[in-house]
Design a protein around this ligand. Sequence first.
Ligand code: GMT
Length: 389
Amino acid sequence: MNPKRLKIGIACYPTYGGSGVLATELGIALADEGHEIHFMSYESPFRLTEFHSNIFYHQVGVQEYPLFKYPPYALALATTMAEVCDLHDLDIMHVHYAIPHLVSANLARQMLVGRDVKVVATLHGTDVTIVGNDPSYRRVMRFSLEQADGVTAVSSYLKNETYRTVGTSCPIQVIPNFVDLERFNVQPCPEASKLRQENERVLIHVSNFRPVKRVTDIIEATAQVAKSHPVRLLMVGDGPDRPAAEKRARELGISDAVCFLGSQDNIEKILPCADLFLLPSQFESFGLSALEAMACGVPVIATASGGLSEVVEDERTGKLFPVGDIEAFSLAIKDLLDDDSKLKSFGTAARDRAKELFRIDSVIPQYMEFYRKILTEDSGIGTQEVGTT
Ligand code: GMT
């Protein structure tokens, strides 16, 4: 049987952030399986670094005009989506992060004449919990979810939050985030190993330094740990709370032990050098960065909030503590640093859990099955020919 080659449009935020990472990795994996992928965004997604003959990128141009205090990106995106659908005869438009991508996709579909495209949305987190839950967007969020042909969420927590906050009754399927275990492995890269001084333990955090990540909690906890343990903290990423974290490190006298590395394209080279990954977020719908650390055999110390407890297994692959509890946070770090065999077994269990539940080759078929179901539901496009992964 010849599996039908699907033509899939993917809209996402292209800069550093879990939803863009996931959307890009999904597109690459689908392209590897022979499907044709069309990314649409205002910039090329940052993890889209290699040439691939099945992958196309369409830049959304937004016209500036003196009347526009806020240039209407959602409209420009809808126009690009409709044009790409017409030119390339897409089967599916898969948007990542609902606002505004889902609104644009639904609008694009309405503009098409004589053709249909199925609209699929993947909810990632703050599109529901912060943006979609704001009174200025809640109604449009609910309306667009109900217009979509299929909706997925990256965790059960996020699915339930969507029902609770947005008040929609549309079916939502949980398809978890995934990781490529070949790329994210336990092998430290020699260059990154130079970041560790002799006798030091390495702690690492990776994020976009937004308030929800509570990055200053990491500095507070590290200062506690540094009183009794030689540690180096690697802060990877950039964002609004980076200056506050740098300031707090200076105030607490631990600047020498904290390296702010900025945004890094090849985080898989740095992660395996770390002893522990720290994620003290206010909430996370999933915590993709924690999963990437686990895949590298690095145990995770994170808050027991949102979907993190679906990723990190408390006292087996890491430790979970209450949001904002610096004492519990630093004790959790010290407990693992003080017990080498526990640290090692947690690291092994972390990689095993990533392998068991979140490996790329078990999650991609879930997306393919989801597409297949949507395509066969009422239009008959694809039928059984679609996607054998
Ligand atoms: O963390 C953010 O604010 C960015 C956001 C995004 O759109 O990239 O991340 C969300 O999506 C990720 C990928 O599914 C999840 O791993 C993150 O947990 C989620 N962030 C939050 O829920 C805060």
